[in-house]
Design a protein around this ligand. Structure first.
Ligand code: WT7
Length: 659
């Protein structure tokens, strides 16, 4: 990994300008009524972070109290040491004993328009039944369960059922390919796969079981498959393999709703979630129970100011960490009413999201900048048609939000009444790390503002010098409850990826950022070989491995290219093998090949065939120069190249293609 320093003077100039112009202070109402409205919380948390987190932990239910808040042996942390608790108890049992028992936990809408509402009591019963079904299929504490489902209530039910019996879930986003699913199942050695006959996306059926069957040809650890019926019609006949595959609804019918929760050690594994890194192989990020629950509980409560009357909608798929933390664990621990929508924002028309906000009276809405930029492009008439007056708070996550998108969101969705909280965090951090507290923080469009109380961030130079004001690499200098505890099955990679950038036990995020005079953070994107395409994280080497896997390809280099809506698009430079002719047909075939290897989210936008790739004398591909070509910029320093003509030729070819 060779992080580059984020660009300097232009960024600074832009930031200063924005800084002077636009600051949104919390209104008097927000100051008075927000859950977090005491400005001294920052100081108090900084003075004693362990006590700060422990106050939130004390609001949860523990079957055995912890004896030590934190045991920190860099880079290994243990939180709430000695404590025992169960995630499903904290999301469900705690609430069914109160008047929340009859309030809606999940309000779900399928893309075709089917609707279901589950109260806390309904959800509790179904989770207990599902937990008993898992047991009947031989799943026990510590076993890994792979979940490959559309965004339907059974996805949350399956996760909580795993948590109830101490099984470790590994949710794989329904858009991933058979191969990607297979690799994840094998890496985790999952014994059970939970999938469905299909799901819906833009009116099309996503044939999950068919894809799963393909994956299951090479997954020896899988003993059983639990199959949820979503009934997507006859287009994709569902194959049920005798002895291995079991219909979920049949087993649920006879399952008891009495299932005592397994007391879990605070540091027992809760889940694994795969994410892309700088090598070809995705990383299984490990989260444990106590700290993760405390971190998601606290941040949901304070950043979203979650109250009993709220209707909370985070639009993320549960296949990503955002869905784990802010569709399932964070809001349910808080006893919230959560909206879940299965499908696309423009199906059947471009006001589907706003129709949902209107129908359920959504009060808190949390989405990604890429979606906001798509809404901007579609035009203000779509939100204008709908009653959005229930909204009181807006959130953004997944990539830097450009100030224009922030302003549009604030104006056309929030109608200037709703604070916008831009929340920076990662799969690895487990929960929000840098974000405003809406009753306290002055908002600046484009800035995620301040670290959450108890979190310590720092901007550093590559050499490890702290930058008080200006740009550099974003570091997290102290441990936090939801931090990843490892990479599944690869302890060396865990240390190497996150903890060796500097030598003082500080976490390297992989992001560049800028801190301004007021201590507000402006995120500038990844500085490593990781792309963020429409809020989806993809490794360039993962994409390159998929390309060179094709028999016609000799070499490939992938770079991100700025994209108006997706943030980044994928540009691939490819050299073909001797005797192969590069045609438009081959280009399409290569795009399909990547989709088959990884999934539709990884489809390259552009393939450029090159005679040669620019390399250093030691043979390393110079991605920086390829990025310059893809961005249409003047070429940077080419003196270290083995053959400077290669890049010049490539630039000419590229420009000819573009014009
Ligand atoms: C990367 C993490 C965290 C949930 C979704 C993505 C980028 C995330 C922001 C933000 C600027 C952001 C970073 C980060 N990112 N949120 N508010 N502003 N950048 O999780 O797939 O683990 O990706 O997403 O680059 O490192 P992820």
């Amino acid at each position: 990994m060779s992080p580059t320093e984020p660009r300097g003077p232009e960024v600074d100039a832009l930031l200063n300008l924005l800084n002077e112009q636009r600051v949104f202070e919390p209104s008097a109402d927000w100051r008075a009524y927000a859950i977090a409205n005491d400005p001294s919380v920052y100081e108090r948390a900084a003075a004693d972070p362990e006590a700060f987190w422990a106050t939130f932990a004390a609001e949860l239910e523990w079957s055995r109290p912890w004896t030590q808040v934190l045991d920190w042996q860099p880079p290994h942390a243990k939180w709430f040491v000695g404590g025992q608790l169960n995630a499903s108890v904290n999301c469900l049992d705690r609430h069914v004993r109160t008047s929340r028992r009859n309030t809606a936990a999940l309000i779900w809408e399928g893309e075709p328009g089917d609707r279901r509402t589950l109260t806390y009591w309904d959800l509790y019963r179904q989770v207990c039944q599902c937990a008993n079904v898992l047991k009947s299929l031989g799943v026990t504490k510590g076993d890994r369960v792979a979940i490959y489902l559309p965004l339907i209530p059974e996805l949350a039910i399956a996760m909580l059922a795993c948590a109830r019996i101490g099984a470790v879930h590994s949710v794989v986003f329904g858009g991933f390919s058979a191969e990607a699913l297979r690799d994840r199942i094998n890496d985790a050695q999952a014994s059970l796969l939970i999938t469905a006959d299909g799901g819906y996306r833009r009116g099309q059926i996503v044939p999950l079981k068919q894809t799963a069957d393909e994956a299951l040809t090479g997954t020896p650890s899988i003993q059983n498959v639990l199959l949820v019926r979503r009934q997507p019609g006859e287009m994709f006949p569902v194959h049920v393999k005798e002895g291995r595959d079991h219909w979920y609804h049949r087993l649920m019918q006879d399952a008891s709703a009495d299932c005592p929760a397994e007391p879990m050690d605070s540091e027992d594994m809760l889940y694994i979630l795969y994410t892309s890194g700088t090598t070809g192989k995705p990383k299984g990020i490990v989260h444990t129970t106590g700290g993760y629950l405390v971190g998601t509980y606290a941040t949901t409560k304070w950043v979203f100011d979650l109250k009993d009357t709220d209707v909370f909608w985070c639009t993320a798929d549960i296949g990503w960490v955002t869905g784990h933390s802010y569709v399932v664990y964070g809001p349910l621990q808080n006893g919230a009413t959560v909206v879940m929508y299965e499908g696309a924002p423009d199906w059947p028309s471009k006001d589907r999201f706003w129709e949902i906000v209107e129908r359920y009276g959504v009060t808190i809405f949390y989405t990604a900048p890429t979606a906001i930029r798509a809404f901007m492009k579609w035009g203000t008439e779509w939100p204008a048609k709908r009653d959005l007056s229930s909204l009181r708070l807006l959130g953004s996550v997944g990539e830097p939000i450009n100030p224009e998108a922030w302003m549009w969101y604030h104006e056309h969705i929030g109608r200037r009444r709703c604070p916008v909280v831009d929340t920076w965090w990662q799969t690895e951090t487990g929960h929000i790390m840098i974000a405003p507290l809406p009753g306290l923080t002055s908002l600046k469009p484009g800035s995620a503002t301040k670290p959450f109380p108890g979190i310590v961030a720092e901007i550093r130079t590559g050499g490890g010098v702290a930058v008080a004001k200006g740009g550099g690499l974003l570091a997290l200098t102290t441990p936090w409850p939801g931090m990843l505890r490892g990479i599944y099955g690869d302890p060396a990679r865990f240390v190497d990826q996150y903890w060796t950038r500097w030598d003082d036990g500080v976490y390297f995020t992989g992001d560049g950022a800028h801190v301004d005079e007021q201590g507000d953070y402006w995120l500038l994107g990844r500085v490593d070989d990781v792309l963020n395409v429409a809020g989806h994280r993809l490794g360039t080497s993962e994409l390159e491995s998929a390309l060179v896997d094709h028999p016609a390809v000799a070499e490939a280099a992938v770079v991100g290219r700025p994209h108006e809506i997706k943030g980044q698009s994928i540009a691939a430079f490819v050299t073909v093998k001797e005797g192969i002719i590069a045609t438009a047909g081959l280009s399409d075939e290569l795009k399909e090949h990547v989709v088959r290897k990884i999934g539709a989210i990884a489809r390259p936008d552009q393939i450029l065939f090159a005679a040669d790739l620019p390399k250093t004398r030691s043979g390393k591909i110079m991605r920086r120069l390829l990025r310059d070509v893809a961005e249409g910029k003047a070429l940077g320093d080419t003196t270290t190249l083995a053959d400077p003509n290669v890049i010049r030729r490539l630039k000419d070819e590229y420009e000819a293609l573009e014009s």
